[in-house]
Design a protein around this ligand. Sequence first.
Ligand code: NIG
Ligand code: FE
Length: 425
Amino acid sequence: MAQAPREIDLVLSGAAEVATPLGDRALGGEALGALDVRHDAAVAVDGGRILGVFPEREVRERFAPRSSLSCEGGTIVPGFVDAHTHPVFTTTREDEFELRTRGATYVEIAEQGGGILSTVRGVRESEREELTDRLVVHLDRFLDAGTTTVEAKSGYGLTVADELKSLEAIAEAGRTHDVDLVPTFLGAHDFPPEYREAKGAYVDLLVEEMLPAVAERGLAEFCDIFTESHVFGLDDSRRILTRAKELGFGLRLHVDQLTPLGGAELAAELGARSADHLEFVSEAGIRALAGAGVVPVLCPLVPLYLRVDQEAPGRRMVDAGLAPAIATDFNPGSCYTQSMPEVMTWAALRLRLSAGECLTAATLNAAASLGRAHDIGSIEEGKRADLVVLDLENHRQLCYEFGRNPVLAVVKDGRVVRRRTPGAA
Ligand code: NIG
Ligand code: FE
């Protein structure tokens, strides 16, 4: 006698394609673009987890879903993982965007008191509730664009109290919002105005007070830093990050973004989880990252937005065996977008990655950079049911088309949290 079908929570059926990387670690070299692509396939979900990808007929025979999601001939991919964002702020900087279109540089604007410090003024004046409310609006937009996990940095407070307030806003938003948040402490984002003439004292404050205060409260998993010639040099960076490591933080670094300082080599030396930006990375830096297994997190929209004519050497990194992730770098100054599909188009055009490479970089490798590749980042049995249904015939159109949100539906932990009628805007 045939077995009765098993009752399960959800089936996603009617897709033209299910496309995903496979595995529980960051993929590099040839493996980066080697997706598992299935046609005539459905995804079965129960208890917030993926049961597997099966032929449509098998799913009909084996499972009795309590609900189903019709994918309308679209494409199912893993929920996007944005591994680099600065989403805790209340004021925007469109004035600086316009100054750059007229020729001002990012560093010039920063040196005149704009840039990061302008956002710091807004955060210091805001109550924690305001920060949380604004963050929730940002998270809604991430989810609209198919992102189900967001790494979220502090870094616009730059006092003990204002950094804690920012991290508490991340914790608070994370408790209620469908998007999963990974908190990162970025107190070493810039020198605050009150320490401009006493930079060493701010480094002391970071090491002696801020890092211990954040660690004690368990408010961040990672510690990040802006290692750059006009902010934290290599020696300060080494001191701050060594202390962070002792306190149990994973390390992420903004490195070699505007000048070739050798930050990638430092990230490798310290065993960082990720080295981000890397527009000016040297060949030695690429080799060091490969040797230490550091995930490069590339942000291809940032040079475009800053009008800097230097791209991270994405193709060279992949050819050297590195396993890159791609990210928005969402922030009010150097990249104001929450769209990973947009990032994928630019990663293809500017970093010279294939569509398959972009998808792995935007999902599994990004998850690996956050220490979560065992749990998210691919469509495989046992992983969280974080899925995106795209109004696209195949995953390659994710890079090919841009400027329209292609997300038809988003499933987070097995629940349908976004649903749009095909054809509707
Ligand atoms: O990743 N490089 C440092 N931090 C951000 C920019 C932050 C800002 O300008 O507000 C970045 O580009
Ligand atoms: Fe950044």
